[in-house]
Design a protein around this ligand. Sequence first.
Ligand code: HAM
Length: 418
Amino acid sequence: MIQLIRGFKDILPGEVELWQQIEKVARQLFDDFGFKEIRIPIMERTELFKRSIGEDTDIVEKEMYTFPDRKGDLITLRPEATASIVRAYIQHKLFAKDPVQKFYLLGPMFRRERPQKGRYRQFYQIDAEIFGVASPLVDVQLILMLVTLFNRLQVPDISAHINTLGCPKCRPGFKSALQAMLMTVSDNLCSNCIRRRDRNPLRVLDCKVPACRQALKDAPSILDHLCSECQADFTEVRNSLDKLKVPYVIDKRLVRGLDYYARTTFEIQTGSLGAQSAVAGGGRYDGLVKELGGPQIPATGFAIGFDRLAEISGLQTSDYERKPDIYLAALGEKSQSLAFEWICQLGLAGIGAEMDFSDKSLKSQMKRADRLGASYVLILGDKELDEGKALVRNMATKEQTSVSLNNILENLKKVIYR
Ligand code: HAM
């Protein structure tokens, strides 16, 4: 039998209902905050991700699904959405009328990481981006939206971690200080960190290897190297979060795995996902629109890991599963053909109706109605056809109501909607 590809997964009925509910709650929130949905392709030119996410990141170095197409052009299955949304914003000159634009996107992303709980090779993100606002207040608004969404979805044990990565003015000073410190502890760093030390030293701060974490105990903090603008910016973020009563933790090690960030960065972390503690992440990327060929327009955003969110949401799938309103237990050919007409008409009228098509016994039909969780069952056999009436049973209370078969659809509606 052909199995699905490692790291990919099916989302089956029974789980999909929960995903739909999460989507519904998320869409409502985005709508309330003035975000518009955007849909973009799942493949882009490889160059787009290389230039935005950064050549020295794990994603670009080893996790992208990149293929030559039939003409030899390199294309990549999107590992994230931000780069493509920026591309679309520039390509369609969406800034021309008003640079301030807010987008959200739901969809699959692809990264060839080592699969484990909470980490897949095709995973889904709920992504939000704000273009054209330099004020750090919108970063705060994004964090508020994340925390609100997680609360509405009854996610337990979350905390918002925030940091700043400085700007092109002050970050180089921090990088040099960090690099100098890393030189002194090189013997204790893993080979990955040694490589990163020279090319992308900030990423070393994020290494999960215990020996590296220990060696970096006294690493310099970006917070001590900020220029006055970045300092003021980060203070405003903190003051505004305090005002809105959004709890947060300042996490000077939070550096994120993509290179386009500057200033505020944040993650929502949870205690309930084991090693994959980040259920959402984001931050400001003021240089990316220009870097990708557009005007100098500031931007900020986040992405939530949908799969992780579904795993830790307190909502129950069973609360959102649609069950049949009525099951027509039809016995004999005549009843069955009548029942078929009725289930079609009931379906068209928005009433979920099921039946059995293989003339099973009443007992086995009742069992199936029960298994499907039907709210009502109508029993229809020759006797009922002769008498022109049938019994409708309320499966929860066991109460039975006799209904006339004349004008049956209206009579059933009356019972069901009573
Ligand atoms: P990211 O931190 O790479 O950021 O991904 C965001 C979230 O996607 C993570 O916190 C995690 O929950 C989920 N995620 C990432 N990789 C996987 C995986 N292999 N399996 C399951 N879930 C995963 C970004 O993608 C940025 N584009 C976010 C952003 C938007 N920044 C600004 N705007």
